[in-house]
Ligand binder design. Structure first.
Ligand code: 0GY
Length: 290
């Protein structure tokens, strides 16, 4: 069960940028440790263990107060590592779970008690086997009754096909990593503008301006080619954008980002104190802590 991608950065730099009090890292994961919380048999990659203690230490080191921990595909629908981390973090973390069609209301209520506030629907074909849309719609109805929302992960080429489905969902929706645009095409390309239009036309759709390290062609330290995309979304949708580290960066094979360097990208995508406050504090608190 050796990991099949790079380990997370062992010694991130201290960022120059200091997040405002109450700042939330709204996209990160815990993995294992595998001997306590085994990885899913159906997983498409085996991660490096990334236990809760390391996540909480990173949160403090980077100057954040809270985490939103997202269930990743390597743990399948077994949310035990996530729930364990949430219970340890108390009010400092909220969670996004992955559930199947047989999930019961009492199981959802127990997860709510632990801090789960959303489910994730993953459409990325290299990460998961396909789930029928009717199954997702059933889950959506169940979780809506708890006031949860839905996090969706897809790649840009799938947006057109997915749009009617997204419009059917009864809750707020958060799109991971800006819908994974093709950065080489540029902000004005019809593909990215289709994503912008989706948010313009649907006030319940939010996005995470995260993961420059996955999208960039120019690479670290500044991920300069991704900044115009993130900045565009923060400017157009200041009340519906979230930011996250994506620690421990599952499946990153080209390079492993310095998490301090990722934090230093924030003032380039949200250049003034008011937009940083919304991106890092007000927006995630409204969605996950109210
Ligand atoms: C991410 C990105 C990835 C993986 C997962 O669920 C997952 O396994 O989300 C990826 O490989 O793009 O959001 O952290």
């Amino acid at each position: 069960m050796d990991p099949d991608y790079l380990p997370f950065h062992p010694n991130p730099s201290k960022p120059s940028y200091v997040p405002p009090p109450g700042a939330v890292d709204a996209h990160c994961h815990v993995f294992g440790p595998g001997d306590a919380f085994p990885y899913a048999p159906e997983r498409k990659y085996t991660p490096c263990d990334a236990p809760k203690e390391r996540l909480f230490a990173l949160r403090d080191f980077l100057g954040f107060e809270r985490n939103v921990i997202v269930q990743a595909s390597c743990h399948g629908r077994d949310n035990r590592a996530l729930v364990d981390a949430l219970q340890s973090a108390g009010d400092k973390a909220r969670g996004v779970a992955v559930v199947g069609p047989d999930i019961q209301l009492d199981e959802l209520r127990a997860m709510h008690e632990a801090g789960v506030r959303a489910v994730r629907f993953n459409f990325v074909k290299r990460l998961v086997d396909a789930t029928p849309k009717e199954v997702f719609l059933d889950i959506a109805e169940k979780i809506a009754s708890l006031g949860w929302h839905i996090v969706v992960y897809f790649e840009a080429q799938d947006l057109e096909e997915l749009t009617p489905f997204l419009k059917q969902l009864p809750t707020p929706i958060v799109v991971d990593h800006m819908g994974r645009p093709d950065i080489a095409k540029g902000v004005q390309h019809p593909d990215f503008q289709r994503f912008v239009r989706l948010l313009e036309e649907n006030a319940n759709i939010w996005t995470k301006v995260s993961c420059p390290e996955r999208l960039s062609l120019s690479g670290p330290p500044g991920y300069d080619d991704v900044v115009p995309f993130s900045r565009h979304l923060v400017e157009r949708f200041p009340d519906r954008a979230l930011w996250g580290t994506d620690w421990p960066h599952p499946n990153m094979k080209s390079h492993m980002p310095d998490d301090g360097g990722l934090v230093d990208v924030i003032p380039r995508i949200a250049p003034d104190a008011a937009s940083q406050q919304r991106l890092l504090v007000d927006n995630p608190l409204r969605l996950y802590w109210s």
